[in-house]
Design a protein. Structure first.
Lengths: 187, 190
């Protein structure tokens, strides 16, 4: 009994520590990824969740990456490069201010990033933003996907060949990267 | 002494005017259209797509194309390009964008550097207007306006694009399917 209580307390402490560390890196830190998360939180009055395992479990099955590749599934993001923040079951209503949000997000992301593609649906409150940045021999790609009740912010490193492949169909690029980054590794 | 001062002043003024002239001319010669006036439409549209692919990304993509016939054709098409920019808006109802929105783009295309190409046919309803910019080295840019009652699309390609193969780029690099049929013979109209 005492042993199981100790394990429970330990697990709670670990979960709390993970939560705090993720929140700190997303909201503070002074990085562009954190600035984007903060901008979403401020504009929509929402809070991100830092329980990626639970969030991952609820993600829809992803097939886009495999479709683009035209064959077997292959990871797009470089190992260890993925940063993800989820917003689940919250209200993403811009109240007619979607254009203003777009402008504020572009400002928040900073000048080192270039906007590659932005798709918006003001009526459905759906938005996808892809920003890109050259990082030596690879590229940093930042994807922001916002729907009526959920949002995901993903940053990954892509090899030039992977980016070139995705650029042929930039409209599907955001979904492919987000699906890839939020999938479990055992697929 | 006074004469020398006046001559220097005249030369300086002339130089300034020339520099200003070159600067204006250089700006006027750019094939990149200013489309920011359309941004507000994103607040009304049921679907907005905004694509910005610069020269570096185009070259990167081109370098990974293979030797299959279709890939070779696209590679040849994008190799010299300096940018592909697309803004597309779909609306639920007619009349959501104004004639002034379109006119602001057309005004930029009225400069002598741009030539409207006639004889371009689209399978889609509405008007499709195609413009080419030329300089001493040949074609330096292309603009396509697709104007439908519930849809407005502007495609702006910077660089030496082959107009006869424009349809090949549809559904690639964010360029929507404009329904453009390959023109039998291209005619221009200023």
């Amino acid at each position: 009994m005492k042993k199981s209580l100790t394990i429970t307390v330990l697990l709670l402490i670990i979960a709390l520590a993970l939560n705090l560390s993720s929140a700190a890196s997303a909201a503070g830190g002074g990085d562009d990824f954190g600035a984007v998360v903060k901008q979403i939180e401020q504009f929509y009055h929402v809070k991100h969740q830092s329980i990626p395992l639970l969030a991952r479990a609820s993600m829809k099955a992803a097939t886009t990456a495999a479709r683009i590749k035209g064959g077997e599934y292959k990871r797009l993001a470089e190992a260890g490069s993925v940063r993800v923040v989820f917003f689940e079951n919250q209200d993403f209503n811009s109240r007619g201010g979607i254009v203003g949000f777009k402008a504020s997000l572009t400002t928040a992301v900073g000048q080192t990033w270039s906007p590659l593609i932005q798709t918006l649906s003001a009526t459905e409150e759906e938005q996808t933003y892809i920003f890109i940045r050259n990082a030596g021999e690879k590229f940093n790609v930042l994807v922001v996907t916002i729907e009526r009740h959920d949002a995901v912010v993903v940053q990954v490193n892509l090899k030039p060949a992977t980016l070139a492949m995705l650029l042929r169909d930039p409209n599907d690029m955001g979904k492919a990267i987000t699906d890839d980054a939020t999938k479990d590794d055992d697929r | 002494m006074k004469t020398l001062f006046q001559s220097v002043l005249k030369l300086a003024t002339l130089s300034l005017l020339l520099i200003a002239g070159f600067s204006v001319s250089a700006r006027a010669q750019s094939a990149r259209l200013q489309l920011a006036n359309l941004d507000y439409l994103a607040g009304k549209a049921s679907q907005t797509v905004d694509v910005n692919i610069d020269e570096k990304l185009l070259h990167l993509t081109a370098s990974f194309f293979g030797n299959e016939p279709d890939e070779k054709e696209i590679k040849a098409l994008i190799n010299g390009l300096k940018g592909i920019y697309v803004k597309s808006f779909e609306f639920e109802h007619e009349g959501e964008y104004s004639a002034a929105d379109v006119e602001a783009i057309r005004t930029q295309l009225k400069s002598s550097a741009w030539t409207k190409i006639v004889g371009i046919v689209s399978k889609k309803e509405g008007d499709v207007e195609v413009y080419l910019m030329s300089d001493n080295n040949g074609i330096s840019g292309l603009a396509v306006l697709s104007i439908e009652p519930k849809e407005l699309t502007v495609v702006n390609i910077i660089g030496p694009v082959d107009i006869a193969k424009l349809a090949t780029l549809e559904d690639q690099f964010g360029i929507p399917d404009l329904g453009i049929e390959r023109p039998a013979k291209i005619k221009s109209k200023n």
